[in-house]
Design a protein around this ligand. Sequence first.
Ligand SMILES: C[S@@+](CC[C@H](N)C(=O)[O-])C[C@H]1O[C@@H](n2cnc3c(N)ncnc32)[C@H](O)[C@@H]1O
Length: 175
Amino acid sequence: MMIFLTALVVFTLVVFLLTALTGAPYVPTQRKEIQQAFDELRPIGMHDTVLDIGSGDGVILSEVADRGAQAVGYELNFYLVWISRWRLRKYGDRVRVSLKNLWSSPFPDDVTLVYTFGESRDIAKMYRKVEQEATRLGRPLELLSYGFAVPGIECVRQHRAHFLYQVTPLHLKEP
Ligand SMILES: C[S@@+](CC[C@H](N)C(=O)[O-])C[C@H]1O[C@@H](n2cnc3c(N)ncnc32)[C@H](O)[C@@H]1O
C-alpha cells in the first residue's frame, strides 16, 4: 500500500512538472480579479464563447458559464481536466474541457474571446497562435491576458493585471 501511494505521489508530481515545462505551471487566477475583468474590462454576454488556453481547475470557465456564455477549456494536465469536469458538471453542455495541447490544437469555430494566464516566456508565442487562428477563422479575435502584456503590441484596454488585445487576421492587416 505504501509503495502504491508513493508511486502515485511521484507520478502526480511528474505530471505537474512536465506540464509546467511545456507552458505555464498550474496557478489559478484569483476569482475576484477575473470578476472585475469581466465586469469592467470585457463584459461577457450570452453570445460569447470563451476559450481558456490552459484552463487549470476551471475557475475562469465557471465564471464565464455563470454569465450565460459558452466556456471551453484546453488543458494538458489530465488531473486538472478531471477535477474541472467534476467541478463544472452542473453547467452541462455550456462548459467543455478537453485534454489538449494548446500549441497544436485549433480553436473552436465559434470562439469570440481567448483567455490566457501563461508565462512571460510564452506570451508573444501565444499572441501569434491567436493570430494564426484568427487568420484561419477569417475574423478578428479578442485576447485577454492575465499577468503579462505582449511585448511590442498595444493593448486595447487594461484593468489591473488584465490586458485586452484585438487580434486581426494576418491577411487583413495593413501593410
Ligand atoms: C497559470 S495556470 C492558469 C489556469 C487558469 N487559466 C486560470 O487562470 O486560473 C496555466 C495552466 O496551463 C496549463 N498548460 C500548460 N501548458 C499547456 C499546454 N501546452 N496546453 C494546455 N494547457 C497547458 C497548465 O497545466 C496550467 O493548468
